[in-house]
Design a binder for this molecule. Structure first.
Ligand SMILES: Nc1ncnc2c1ncn2[C@@H]1O[C@H](COP(=O)(O)OP(=O)(O)OP(=O)(O)O)[C@@H](O)[C@H]1O
Length: 210
């Protein structure tokens, strides 16, 4: 069974301890991360996504601390990211698909289907430079979904989106959460809570079940 385990994770930036001693076993389904602004939710997602290393503790994926298998199946939508402005959305998606080692024809078709479902399809051959904030967020989400990841880390994927578009993303996220571990921060936590397997709160460096 797919599992992600955090054991005694700690992260400091300079003198500031953001995460002190975080342990949790994630199982398939949707886990919502809540907590006050600046509590460390994005930091925790970056550690899980191996974008940063913890100061202490460890992360194991299916029992192994090896980061390669986790990265091979990871979909990660960070809150803020510099996108390659000169590429079209589709070129960017295919670049990500190549980095993930996916079959490019299949990834192209999947990108078409995802963007169709979230109202971005008409723009996939346009340069990212022309994209609005909401379009960028949907593109970041769509690339994270490529290859049907077994681990999906989503940092405020529905920020800047109108309610109807946010619900469309929610549908895709819940579909993926049927067999993947999906860990997500969102201002729509209350709306998604009935569908979640766990609701966790990050506060004062600790992670607690709500
Ligand atoms: N690279 C960094 N260098 C220094 N401090 C950082 C860095 N990244 C995050 N921090 C600090 O760590 C703390 C946690 O930030 P983080 O973005 O993880 O919180 P958050 O819970 O996701 O907040 P929000 O809900 O506002 O997005 C904040 O005090 C932030 O200023």
């Amino acid at each position: 069974m797919t599992s992600l385990e955090l054991s005694g994770l700690g992260k400091r930036y300079g003198l500031k301890t953001v995460l002190a001693d975080v342990s949790h076993v994630f199982t398939p389904g949707l886990t919502l991360l809540t907590g006050p602004s600046g509590a460390g939710k994005s930091t925790l997602l970056r550690l899980i996504a191996t974008a940063e290393k913890p100061g202490k503790g460890r992360i194991t994926w299916n029992g192994s601390p090896d980061r390669t298998p986790l990265r091979q199946t990871l979909g990660y939508a960070p809150q803020a990211v510099d996108l390659p402005e000169d590429l079209t959305a589709r070129e960017f998606a295919l670049h990500i698909a190549a980095l993930k080692g996916l079959d490019l024809a299949a990834a192209d078709a999947q990108f078409g289907a995802i963007t169709d479902a979230i109202g971005l399809h008409a723009d996939i051959n346009n340069r990212i430079a022309s994209f609005s904030g909401g379009m960028r967020r949907r593109l970041i989400f769509a690339q994270a979904m490529l290859g049907e990841p077994r681990l999906l880390a989503l940092d405020e994927p529905t920020a800047e989106l109108d309610g109807e578009t946010a619900r469309k993303l929610g549908t895709l996220i819940l579909e993926r959460a049927r067999d993947a571990i999906v860990i997500m921060t969102t201002h729509l936590a209350d709306e998604l809570a009935p569908h979640a397997v766990a609701m966790l709160r990050v506060e004062n460096g600790a992670l607690t079940a709500k």
